[in-house]
Design a binder for this molecule. Structure first.
Ligand SMILES: [Ca+2]
Ligand SMILES: [Ca+2]
Length: 253
């Protein structure tokens, strides 16, 4: 608000007089106050920025051995190796002693034939002894004379085989041929009376015999014992000859 000019001058002079008469003096400064108590804790500040990545640590100790793994699959077959170096040259041959070699080859042939016979024998042993409902038959593979053959069978509780009918004869004949043998003594002879053939139990040949064609023939009076051929046929022959033979054993009921 604007005042008139005269009022302004009057007011100015009054103000100067008052300063001269009523000027008050200010007091002494007070003593310094005591130190205030410690202020309260400030609020928790905000999270600082992420620090820098640390340095690489030292290498640790070696760990224990791990468990054994499962067995792996079979590997593929490797490639064929390279051919080996050729051998050295052989020594010069000698002149062929052909006659001598032919003899050796001949002996080998005989040995092979014997081996084949042995093989048949082994098959026979595996097959076991032959039998009918009443009897067992067994070829004794020891070459013996007729009388020794008789004794051999008897001391074992049997008899030299007596084929008294076609069926028994066939069983023994098959046994002989399957075994690869050519002839065996059987229990037939005319030792007591020439031409009067009997079985070894002294029974005469009544209903059955199986002579080979032309047998028995005893041109010199020396053939008093009987062999069976692998064909099953009979032939009178000399008793002192040695050959395999067939024993028979009656089955115990
Ligand atoms: Ca005779
Ligand atoms: Ca004869």
């Amino acid at each position: 608000m604007l005042l008139p000019r005269c009022d302004l001058a009057l007011d100015s002079s009054f103000s100067q007089g008052a300063q001269r008469t009523q000027k008050a003096q200010s007091g002494d400064d007070g003593e310094k106050g005591e130190k205030g108590e410690e202020g309260k804790h400030g609020k928790v500040g905000p999270m600082g920025p992420k620090g820098m990545k640390g340095e690489l640590g030292e290498v640790g100790d070696q760990g224990n051995l791990g468990k054994i793994g499962p067995i792996g699959g079979k590997g593929d077959k490797g490639q064929k190796g390279l051919p080996g170096a050729s051998g050295g040259k052989g020594r010069a041959g000698t002149v062929c002693d052909c006659g001598r070699y032919r003899k050796v080859v001949g002996q080998l042939d005989i040995s092979v034939a014997r081996l084949k016979t042995s093989m048949k024998f082994v098959k026979n042993v595996i097959a076991g002894i032959k039998e009918t409902e009443e009897k067992f038959y067994y070829i004794v593979q020891e070459e013996k004379s007729y009388r020794d053959s008789l004794t051999h069978c008897r001391i074992r509780g049997g008899m030299l085989a007596m084929p008294k009918d076609e069926r028994c004869n066939q069983v023994i004949a098959k046994y002989v041929s399957d075994s690869g043998f050519f002839r065996v003594f059987i229990g037939v002879n005319d030792l007591e009376r020439e031409g009067q053939y009997v079985f070894t139990d002294n029974t005469p040949l009544q209903n059955y015999s199986n002579w080979k064609e032309g047998e028995p023939s005893d041109p010199y009076g020396h053939e008093d014992c009987v062999e069976m051929l692998s064909s099953g046929h009979w032939n009178d022959t000399q008793c002192h000859l040695t050959m395999y033979f067939v024993c028979e054993f009656v089955k115990k009921k």
